[in-house]
Design a protein around this ligand. Structure first.
Ligand SMILES: NC(=O)c1ccc[n+]([C@@H]2O[C@H](COP(=O)([O-])OP(=O)(O)OC[C@H]3O[C@@H](n4cnc5c(N)ncnc54)[C@H](O)[C@@H]3O)[C@@H](O)[C@H]2O)c1
Length: 363
């Protein structure tokens, strides 16, 4: 059986992740391409589409096609409406991260998935890196003991995304916190398997965004279009008393640069994701640290494991969940909690006070 896929949004992430990965999976074909910019859809249909692939500029027209799966790869403000429409049209949906601009939208996406009986997942591909897979195994086995302090890292020194609408508050709902902080927090919550926040204290800053002709990996930004924060920090206390410190920036005067990484501190040991993965602890009254060699094979976490190609591992895992009718690795309920915490950090910053969650993890 060949599953038919439609893509909405033929920009950076569709071309950098989804389409190259899907083109390597024999059980699927991409038959429909939609973008407001028709040229982008035509180009991708030629490069990645089936022989009879169709091109659309209106997603509602695309959803009339006979599809099995839709990938939503558009800016954050459209994640909820497009995902809900695709689910209601009877498709399984992979939506890019962050799940949505607001927690209310994310909840509506989950309700639509439940109603339709179709699967919904979010594009947190960092879970599918080898270091993440290994560390998740370590945590699942309880080898670090009780993890009571963690740091979620998403720090860039000068790498402000200047393409598309990343700097636009209305289109994206925020800056580095919602853009890359979301990956770091997702990884950290997944490792600790703790989705019950108690309260959050946060601060978002717009301090470097007014610089003209700034040094930047993606070229100088336009300060007038920069309506989101340039860094944000959150202190998250969970119901069980454990703490997570989340740090995120696109531009920060720091040499301690780390993105989509977590640091875990438990009663039996700790873990640091630096250039690789280091596990530390105490043994026979001596301290030890071991570097995990991720360069060699022999640790297949998924059927058809593809080494450190997190995009391909993510796509394989998602398609296998549909073929085998199992839960996807990234559950929408988990992505909702990430969105709830990010929203609370923004709210805390605006209101200058801690934001408490109700028991059970909902605000
Ligand atoms: N998983 C990751 O690590 C990762 C990395 C980059 C971006 N993303 C996410 O992917 C999404 C898109 O980012 P990008 O870098 O590809 O942006 P982009 O600007 O390069 O591409 C977005 C595309 O969507 C199209 N589009 C916008 N609204 C549309 C609509 N209603 N219907 C059809 N097409 C529409 C635009 O014309 C554009 O071509 C964002 O939500 C972003 O957070 C995820």
């Amino acid at each position: 059986m060949t599953l038919k896929i439609g893509i909405i949004g033929c920009g950076g992430i569709a071309n950098g992740k989804h389409l190259p990965a899907l083109s390597k999976i024999k059980e699927v074909e991409v038959v429909a391409f939609c973008d407001l910019n028709e040229e982008r859809a035509i180009k991708d249909a030629k490069e990645f589409g089936s022989a009879d692939a169709k091109v659309f500029t209106d997603y509602q027209e695309m959803l009339k096609e006979d599809l099995d799966i839709v990938h939503v790869c558009t800016p954050n403000s459209s994640h909820a409406p497009l995902t809900i429409a695709a689910l209601e049209a009877g498709n399984h949906v992979m939506c890019e991260k962050p799940m949505a601009k607001t927690a209310a939208e994310a909840r509506a996406m989950i309700a639509a998935a439940k109603k339709s009986g179709k699967k919904l997942t979010i594009g947190y591909q960092n879970r599918f890196r080898k270091d993440s897979q290994y560390l998740h195994e370590v945590c699942s086995q309880g080898e670090l003991g009780e993890i009571y302090f963690a740091k979620a890292h998403a720090i860039r020194r000068r790498a402000v995304p200047t393409w598309g609408v990343f700097l636009d508050e209305e289109a994206q709902g925020g800056g580095p916190l919602i853009d890359i902080g979301t990956h770091a927090l997702d990884l950290t919550l997944w490792m600790t398997n703790n989705y019950r926040p108690k309260y959050v204290v946060g601060n978002a800053y717009r301090k470097l965004a007014d610089q003209e002709n700034a040094a930047n990996a993606f070229g100088p930004w336009d300060p007038k279009k920069y309506t989101v924060e340039d860094s944000a920090f959150g202190y998250i206390v969970m119901e069980d008393g454990s703490t997570i410190f989340l740090e995120s920036s696109w531009a920060l005067n720091s040499l301690d640069v780390k993105e989509a990484k977590t640091t875990l501190c438990g009663t039996l040991g700790g873990a640091d994701m630096n250039h690789g993965l280091t596990i530390n602890g105490e043994d026979h009254q001596m301290l030890y640290q071991k570097e995990i060699d991720l360069s060699i094979g022999g640790a297949d976490f998924f059927e058809g494991d593809n080494g450190n190609d997190s995009s391909l591992n993510e796509a394989h895992s998602w398609i296998n969940a549909i073929l085998n009718d199992t839960d996807p690795v990234v559950l929408p309920e988990q992505a909702l909690v990430v969105t709830e915490i990010l929203e609370a950090i923004y709210k805390s910053s605006k209101e200058n006070q801690p934001i408490f969650f109700n028991q059970g993890g909902k605000k």
